[in-house]
Design a protein around this ligand. Structure first.
Ligand SMILES: Nc1ncnc2c1ncn2[C@@H]1O[C@H](COP(=O)(O)OP(=O)(O)OP(=O)(O)O)[C@@H](O)[C@H]1O
Ligand SMILES: [Mg+2]
Length: 472
């Protein structure tokens, strides 16, 4: 991606050039607004990073002038004072964003990369024909390709070949219901019903009459016969969600259904044969519950003929980009927004987070970010991750930069390598001048020539940074 940097300070210009070039930008330079206009025209540039206050030009008028010629120009302004008014003016004049000096290079890079993606999406939008919005697709199938989720797929596939009982376990939001539905809709029962019941949401007697049905007069209020869910799901699949929550009394009754394949409606003496596949799910450790005598062991073994344990999302972070992308498509279509990507930095933050609410939480996060953002690319700042057992955004980013620093401490590395990202522009400038001085053997004329500044400026900068110029 091509970028133009505009600043009347040559040292800053060269520093930024080196830094951005090390991050794969093709950099053009201009020392004034006039030069900038020429460069934009000659090089057909769409991305500009400009200082606001320059000796004989100013960034805001440059912005207005460039916008007049190309409304799609994407410009970031650098300003000495981070005031709200400055921000308002810059944004109102159509700046993509603005950053106040002194700035953190990492922040600057993030911003420039975000702007670059915006340029690309504007270009794509310009070439795309305007058609009807894409159909909203709800993922009926599971998404992810991590080795762990692939194991789940394999067991699902095997489960579709028989009518054996399946026990699905996994933390909340890992996709247990989705797996249950996938088993049903890929089995030979797919043309019959998939009936789901949440065992944790109903009292014992209510759940019993729901499951087995009742006959007229079975209890007060039973004015007619009522078909139970087992009968309703006959030939199909009955999904017993939160199976860990059923009472000991119902556990016995359920065991009987599983053993005999027949149900007896409440109040009736007649049994009825049913052909129902049971898929049960729980977020609890049922094995432990058996040990603690909270769940019948015989029922546990009847249920777990086929076992599927869905690992939590934090153990299969490889799945996050694909999941995030599919939710991004779903919600940008649903909310009528054209957001087409998630930034690599944001994906990194998503990968670091612990996801206590698993895929469901990821879905909600994406939905929220899509709803609130005004950009065409979701960035790290669009997410709000700070649950008690999750790793927050700040700490994730911090631990990463610290790694960089400890690995590169004291190294005489080139300006612009990724480890520099956290340093301020000033730090980098100081290092750069020192490096050049060393290279030039402290010959001031030679050093100023390499730096592209006059000797007076070199003296001024050396004084500013407390650099002793040898021979003085
Ligand atoms: N692998 C996946 N691919 C796509 N969507 C998924 C995946 N896993 C989960 N989801 C989505 O995440 C949400 C939660 O999934 P689901 O309801 O199946 O979880 P659950 O394990 O039953 O959660 P709970 O224990 O809280 O009931 C759903 O919107 C589902 O579509
Ligand atoms: Mg569920």
């Amino acid at each position: 991606m091509k970028i133009l940097i505009v600043d009347d300070d040559v040292v800053t210009l060269n520093m930024l050039k080196e830094f951005l070039e090390s991050h794969d930008f093709t950099v053009f330079l201009a020392e004034s607004a006039d030069q900038a206009v020429v460069q934009v025209r000659n090089q057909r540039l769409s991305l500009v990073l400009s200082d606001i206050k320059m000796e004989d030009s100013d960034g805001l008028s440059l912005l207005s002038e460039l916008k007049k010629k190309d409304p799609n120009i994407v410009m970031i302004l650098m300003t000495g004072f981070g005031s709200m008014q400055g921000a308002i003016e810059a944004i109102q004049k159509g700046a993509f964003d603005y950053i106040s000096k002194p700035f953190d290079l990492k922040k600057m890079l993030t911003l420039v990369q975000k702007a670059a993606r915006h340029v690309e999406s504007l270009k794509r939008a310009a070439t795309k024909e305007v058609g009807p919005p894409p159909a909203i697709e709800t993922p009926r199938t599971l998404i992810g390709r991590s080795p762990q989720i692939v194991e789940v797929y394999k067991t699902v596939a095997r489960a579709t070949l028989s009518s054996s009982t399946v026990l699905i376990s996994g933390e909340s939001g890992t996709g247990k219901e989705l797996v249950a539905r996938a088993i049903h809709s890929n089995s030979n029962r797919k043309h019959k019903k998939f009936v789901a019941v949440n065992c944790g949401a109903l009292t014992e007697s209510l759940l019993e009459s729901e499951l087995f049905g009742y006959i007229k007069g079975a209890f007060t209020g039973a004015q007619n016969d009522k078909k139970g869910l087992f009968e309703d799901a006959n030939g199909g699949t009955l999904f017993l969600d939160e199976i860990g929550d059923i009472t000991p009394g119902l556990q016995v009754k359920l065991l009987r259904v599983l053993q005999e394949g027949e149900v007896k409606p409440v109040g009736s003496n007649e049994v009825m044969k049913v052909d129902v596949r049971i898929v049960a799910a729980t977020h609890r450790n049922l094995e432990q519950w058996v040990k603690d005598n909270k769940f019948r062991e015989d029922l546990f073994y009847r249920l777990k003929v086929i076992e599927i344990d869905i690992p939590p999302l934090r153990e299969r972070t490889d799945d996050i980009p694909e999941l995030a992308d599919s939710f991004l498509k779903k919600y940008s279509a649903k909310l009528g927004k054209s957001i087409d990507a998630i930034s690599p930095e944001a994906l990194e933050v998503l990968a670091q987070y612990k996801w206590p609410g698993n895929v469901r939480e990821l879905e909600h996060q994406i939905e929220r970010a899509v709803a609130l953002t005004s950009s065409s690319v979701l960035g790290a700042e669009d997410f709000d991750l700070h649950s008690s057992d999750g790793v927050g955004r700040a700490s994730a980013a911090e631990s990463k930069t610290n790694d960089f620093e400890s690995g590169q401490e004291g190294a005489d590395h080139l300006v612009g390598q990724s480890g520099d990202s956290k340093k301020s522009l000033e730090d980098l400038e100081r290092e750069h001048i020192l490096k050049v001085l060393k290279q030039a053997d402290y010959n001031k004329s030679k050093a100023s020539e390499i730096l592209g500044i006059d000797r007076a400026t070199l003296y001024r900068k050396a004084q500013k940074y407390g650099i002793a110029l040898k021979g003085e």
